[in-house]
Ligand binder design. Structure first.
Ligand code: SF4
Length: 209
């Protein structure tokens, strides 16, 4: 595959330990996201005027391979986040060609993208960390400004395609948006899809401070 050209990044963060994958990882955060979550931790990943760095897959690979020994020794690699990394499946596929199969690759994604993008990424990404928000369509719409039907359909199809072991679903407690009962309902629905790996946690927001 030829280079896919440059894409925009809001940051590259090295030496992360067990925060967005296993072992030592480097987070490569893309610019751009289809959602506008009320408590987004990275609003500069989608707001106009953000200063970004443009990199081809080859330039990114040259930059991050400095940590190859850490990746190989710890079972780590690269986590693509953002923003929304699944808006760039061709970029991810080209990066996999460059790094080979010995690095692990993760994506942190809302999965609220086309199925074609998910399917392409599934061919080159080892693990999907899916920030589901909430499966209730009304809660999801209020929190993100978007519909969640596409995300849910993608999640069901992804698990069928690659197996439950490669999918971790984040189910956040979102202050003033959902309750423990809502999260239990989300987990029950997603278990019916075959999903077994969940990360339940509480979003920290300005109203907590
Ligand atoms: S999906 Fe993530 S990056 Fe996009 S708006 Fe929501 S929290 Fe922010």
């Amino acid at each position: 595959m030829e280079s896919t050209g440059k894409d925009r990044f809001i940051g590259i963060s090295r030496h992360r330990l067990e925060v967005d994958g296993e072992g030592v990882t480097t987070l490569a955060a893309f610019y751009g996201c289809p959602l506008h979550c009320a408590y987004c931790l990275n609003p500069h990943s989608w707001r106009e005027g953000t200063k970004t760095r443009d990199l081809t897959p080859e330039e990114l690979y040259d930059m991050v391979k400095i940590d190859q020994l850490y990746f190989l020794a710890t079972g780590g690699g690269i986590c693509f986040g953002g923003g929304e990394p699944l808006l760039r499946p061709a970029y991810l596929a080209r990066f996999r060609e460059l790094c080979g199969t010995s690095w692990r690759l993760w994506v942190e994604t809302s999965l609220n993208v086309s199925w074609e993008a998910v399917e392409k990424a599934a061919a080159c990404i080892d693990y999907f960390i899916v920030d589901c928000k909430d499966t209730n369509p009304d809660i999801y719409l209020r929190y993100t400004g978007c519909d969640n039907a596409q995300m849910l359909q993608n999640l069901r199809r992804l698990v069928a395609l690659i197996g439950a072991e490669r999918v971790i679903v984040r189910l956040p407690s979102i202050p003033t948006y959902n309750t423990e009962a809502d999260i239990d309902a989300s987990e029950a629905l997603l278990r019916s899809f075959g999903i077994t790996r969940f990360d339940r946690f509480v979003y920290k927001t300005k109203i907590d401070k």
